[in-house]
Structures are given as C-alpha cells and as structure tokens.
Design a protein. Sequence first.
Length: 256
Amino acid sequence: MHLVLAFLLLLAGCRKAEPAPAAADSASSGPCRTELFDGSRFTVCSAAGLRLELLVAGRDGRAYRSFAALEHVLGRRAQQVAFAMNAGMFDEAGLPIGLAVLDGREVKALNRRAGGGNFHLLPNGVFLVRADGSAAVVATERVKISKDIRLATQSGPMLLIEGKLHPRIEPDGRSRFVRNAVGVDERGEPMFVISEEAVSFGKLARLFRDRLGCRNALYLDGSVSSLWDPANHRMDSFAGLGPMIVAIRDDQGKAR
C-alpha cells in the first residue's frame, strides 16, 4: 500500500507543469494598444479622458524637433504625459504651415492655398478641440474659426470625409510608408494611430472607418511619424519633428 502511494506521489510530481499565463501584450498598457488590421500592425492611442495640448515652439520661437527635447522642456510635467505624437505638416524650421491654435491663441492662420505634396492633396483638414472638450476632424473648406477653439492643427490630406475615402485615395494603393493620423470616433473620442510598418493611405483610412468607427480622419505625416508612449517605454527618436500633440494626465496620474 505504501509502495502504491509512493508511486502515485511520484507520478504527480513528474506531471508536466501547467504553462504560465501568457504575458499581456505590452502595447495594451496605458492608452495605447496594438491593432492588427488587414494584415498590418498599428498602434492606436485613445485620448479619452486626457487633456490634449499642441506644442509648437519654445519662447525663442524655435521648434522642439524631438520628443527628447520636449521631455526636457516639460520638466516635471513629463511624468504626466500619457502619449505624444507628431501632429501636422511643417516647414524646414519645424514650424506649422497651416492652422495652429494653442490654448485658444492662433499662432498660424488657416492655409487655403493650392500646391504640391500631401498637405495640398485637397481636401486637407483640421483636427480641433473646443473649449468644452469636444473634438472634431473637419475638412478645411468647412472650418469656421471661432473663439471656442482651444486647440487646432492643420494637415493633409483628409483620409476619410463623412465615412468615404478621400476621392484621390485608393483602398490600398502602391505608395507605402510608416504613417500616422487622427480621427474622432462615434463617441467623440480622438483616436491617434501610427502604423508599425509601411502601409498605404487607403489601408490607414479603412482602419479608421472599419475598425475604429470614425467618419472623418486626417493624415498627420508619413516621413517623420513618431510616438512617445511612456507606459510601454517607447520614445521614437526621430529628430526632425514639427508640431506635437501631447495627451496629459492629472497630477495623480489619472485621466482628466
């Protein structure tokens, strides 16, 4: 009997251990998460409950140009950053070429000119946040400048216009770059997206429409697309950025 018991205990001790629970995807921490869409990986950052700020330049008028420089300028406030992303087209000095409104102060006027490049692939558009916290992506031709706009950045082209792809964007064209953009979902929450691989305009637009539930979305860039995601220990090191959107938590680390 004792031998049988010992044999059973030995078998129990030799039984294959249960596998440990898989670690959570690191990109699911904080406000940013990984999304797989149409065979490509994206990072999606929700600004729900966060205060968005547009940062363009220091007191000397010079653009910050990198997240590392921005972190230094923010000082202690850097601990409150939930995420940050490049936010709109800019000139050689890193300053915006279209509308820029910071804390209700217009520092660059709306740009309605025609020209070349992605910015002028009309219609382009504006991402804005009003004083009451509501956000929108609006085609430039429909933008009405008012005192209740607290934040605004102009870029282009529009990816989605009232649920439809920009008329000059194919569903999955041949031009492929790492790209980032912003949309506002059906709940009114701003959604910032950066691709983790080279993708077309069309695939990025369809992600916003078919996965994120946005009717309007605005392209931010493709040559300098960058993300600062502290929760996941990510700070892209591209050093040629222009305007930056920063999502801020309150002093207790909570969304606000």
